[in-house]
Design a protein around this ligand. Structure first.
Ligand SMILES: [Zn+2]
Ligand SMILES: [Zn+2]
Length: 372
């Protein structure tokens, strides 16, 4: 059990999990987006795409989106996965795009970089709540119970607690407000096809991890690592990032946008059944996340997407605080509404204030004992 005096940082750990999990998820490893349709953008999909998918239907009060992926690249490919190479066009400029050789102009070419990013994370967070919460649970279990962890929400609240002050939270979302259908086809194969749904049933399970401060006895901050399965609505408040890390109140407001009614089923600890259900590749994600956190001083990551520096594409520092790194100016810009709450020494002020409050409570406690 490792224990370090410097606290872990939940926001950064979540960034690393988001990056490593989406990169490793086998169902979508190397998947290229070939078509998209939604209620808002009535793109025509490739003819016949929804044959045999009765779940693709109009339900009052529900918006709909469908994505068609080409899953020809095998999982073992070392081809990098990222929102910027989600499209075949990037690999076959101009012509010879699989599936579209004789087709209409691809709707996907009209998507903005932000929409591509949303779709990339939406697909990779499908059915991910159990696995991503399991990954985080395992990472935190690699430290001793009294290991301190700093919790910075995306809206600028900070407190420090210990890693054992956490619960799994199980929710049921009734009457989901959005239906998402994802079809992944293998090029030149009539039979190899996988279909996934979010929101196709009257209710769906969801899972998050809640944290509480030392003086509290109930969860005050929620981390939803797979919030992006709900698309644009799943982005972090202010951070525009790929997970939700916010107060319980804010998270409940968010849930109202996702479902007609939400039932909070239980707060509980890890169970051995869950441990057994975790696939090996997800356990590897936990190990990689801890390794990257432990190397944080020499190998930083992007404050928006969690990507490391790569050869030929080094990360760049925030020039105000020199503490946070980004892939490029775009990721810095997207993250600024979040980061400006902690930049330029503000996090250090919060840390000092919290330490002072802690000392004060000790003095009061001591005084109290003396009087008795
Ligand atoms: Zn980035
Ligand atoms: Zn900064």
């Amino acid at each position: 059990m490792a224990s370090t005096t410097e606290p872990l940082d939940l926001y950064d750990i979540a960034l690393l999990i988001s990056y490593e999990y989406t990169l490793a998820k086998p169902e979508f490893r190397g998947a290229r987006l070939i078509d998209v349709t939604s209620r808002d953008k009535l793109f025509p999909m490739l003819p016949g795409w929804n044959e045999g998918i009765p779940e693709w239907r109009v339900i009052p009060g529900q918006s709909r989106e469908a994505y068609l992926f080409d899953k020809t690249i095998p999982n073992t490919s070392s081809e990098p996965d990222s929102p910027s190479n989600l499209l075949w066009e990037k690999m076959f400029p101009g012509d010879n795009i699989p599936f579209l050789r004789n087709g209409q102009p691809a709707a996907v070419s009209l998507l903005s970089p932000r929409e591509l990013e949303t779709i990339f994370y939406t697909s990779r967070n499908f059915n991910a709540c159990g696995q991503t919460t399991g990954v985080l649970w395992r990472v935190l279990d690699m430290y001793s119970k009294d290991q301190r962890i700093r919790i910075r929400t995306t809206t600028g609240k900070m407190f420090t607690t210990t890693v054992d002050r956490r619960f799994f939270q199980r929710l049921i979302l009734h009457r989901p407000k959005k239906l998402t259908v994802i079809v992944a086809k293998v090029h030149d194969s009539a039979t190899e096809e996988s279909v996934w749904f979010t929101g196709a049933k009257a209710s769906m399970n969801h899972m998050t991890i809640g944290f509480f401060a030392e003086h509290e006895n109930k969860v005050s901050v929620v981390l939803d690592l797979s919030s992006m399965q709900f698309g644009e609505l799943g982005r972090g408040l202010k951070s525009n990032g790929m997970f939700a890390l916010e107060s319980t109140t804010q998270y409940h407001e968010r849930l109202k946008t996702l479902a007609g009614n939400v039932e909070h089923i239980a707060d509980y600890r890890y169970t051995t059944e869950q441990g057994k259900a975790t696939p090996e590749w997800a356990k590897d994600v936990s190990r990689r996340v801890k390794e990257r956190w432990d190397r944080r001083d020499t190998d930083p990551w992007c404050g928006h997407c969690g990507a490391p520096s790569t050869v030929g594409k080094p990360l760049k520092k925030c020039m105000r605080c020199l503490k946070v790194w980004y892939c490029d100016a775009q990721h810095q810009k997207v993250n600024w509404q979040f980061h400006k709450q902690y930049c330029s020494g503000q996090l250090e002020v919060m840390i000092a204030q919290e330490a002072a409050a802690r000392d004060e409570s000790k003095i009061i406690h001591y005084h109290h004992l003396v009087v008795e």
